[in-house]
Design a protein around this ligand. Structure first.
Ligand code: NAD
Length: 338
């Protein structure tokens, strides 16, 4: 049985990936390494937590001693690295933790993987490292687009991407970097646009939309992201970068309207608020390279949003517990009228 280390497996995408892998590959032993920050929770893994091929390890990726001890105890065939501080707004108010976790934490993992001779280190990154596009629909991010991150979050991810590249070039560590567009789906933390909108509409609360709502994002269902990482992990050419996206560009306003319609509520709930600092205009992915590897998304936006809305309706306990308490204070600070 081969061991896989999934970092950030208590978060949104990492959590979905753990579930996806456990169901598809019972012959892998999955080690879920996570610090359990505000964004991590293990309730999503209740059904597998007692399985012999699943283990949780409570570690900070920036804790070199703890990470090294883990690699001394367990031989990992694969490292799939999701753990990160992931929210742009939080990086604008508190950039330091983004550097510590996303940059230093990644370097600690790279050092450990280098010493352990893993088969593959997959670094899960974001299209935000490329900066922004203008509204010309003929322009896309390709793997050759220069890195021009604009937020402290994307700058920290771009920094970690460059470290991963350097460990491949310098030490021959077998790596892939994936750069995916915005994800949505089950267990999405309610600070992000889609779950924020669903949870607030369900509670009859106003939905804040930055600026004029015209910023464009390229949305992908988290299950389609998981299948892409699975493919890169097993078939990606070593040293290569793969962009992941499903040709699904939407303005923020259209996303909010789609959800409001799906829930049969009124657009009066929309409230335009002061724009995010340095708000990137548009992201759009050219996924040709990963499509050539054989990947296709399963969800279109309509079916993906319908599935996600149903999930949030059926799992109110999960998100209601999150949006109470500390998260509510964060929300009030973030969207307080200036
Ligand atoms: P998330 O915030 O939901 O989850 C992050 C997880 O990392 C949490 O479980 C948290 O506890 C854990 N973590 C944070 N700091 C840690 C540390 N120091 N040590 C160990 N664990 C730590 O994030 P997400 O949205 O699931 O994103 C996962 C990855 O995918 C990130 O690397 C992000 O940059 C990337 N990504 C996200 C999106 C998106 O739309 N959400 C798109 C493309 C790429």
């Amino acid at each position: 049985m081969e061991n896989i280390l999934v970092t950030g497996g208590a978060g949104f995408i990492g959590g979905n990936f753990v579930q996806y892998m456990a169901a598809k590959y019972p012959h892998y032993h999955i080690y879920n390494l996570d610090l359990l920050t505000y964004a991590g929770d293990l309730t999503k893994h209740r059904e597998i937590e007692n399985e012999a091929n699943y283990s949780f390890v409570h570690i900070d990726i920036a804790d070199r001693k703890a990470v090294n001890e883990l690699f001394e105890k367990v031989d990992f065939a694969y490292v799939i690295h999701f753990a990160a501080e992931s929210h742009v707004d939080r990086s604008i108010t508190d950039p330091e933790i983004f550097i510590r976790t996303n940059v230093l934490g990644t370097q600690v993992l790279l050092d450990a993987a280098k010493g352990a001779k893993v088969k593959k280190f997959v670094h899960v990154s974001t299209d935000e490292v490329y900066g922004e596009l203008d509204f010309d629909p003929a322009t896309f991010f390709t793997e050759q687009t220069p890195l021009q991150p604009n937020s402290p979050y994307s700058a920290s991810k771009a920094s970690s991407d460059l470290l991963v590249r350097a460990y491949y070039e310098t030490y021959g560590l077998p790596v892939n970097i994936t750069r995916c567009s915005n994800n949505y789906g089950p267990y999405h933390f309610p600070e992000k646009l889609i779950p924020l909108t669903i949870s607030r509409v369900l509670n009859g609360q106003k939905v804040p939309v930055y600026g004029d709502g015209k910023n464009v994002r390229d949305w992908l269902h988290v299950q389609d992201h998981c299948s892409a990482i699975d493919l890169v992990m097993h078939s990606g050419e070593i040293g290569e970068v793969y962009n992941i996206g499903g040709h699904n560009e939407q303005t923020n306003l259209d996303v909010v309207r789609t959800i409001i319609q799906a829930l049969g509520k009124s657009e009066d709930l929309i409230e335009f608020v002061e724009d995010r600092l340095g708000h990137d205009k548009r992201y759009a992915i050219d996924p040709t390279k990963i499509e050539q590897l054989g990947w296709r998304p399963v969800y279109d936006f309509e079916s993906g949003i319908a599935q996600t809305v149903d999930w949030f309706l059926e799992n109110k306990d999960w998100w209601e517990q999150i949006i109470s308490g500390e998260y509510q204070q964060y929300f009030d600070r973030q969207y307080a009228r200036k």
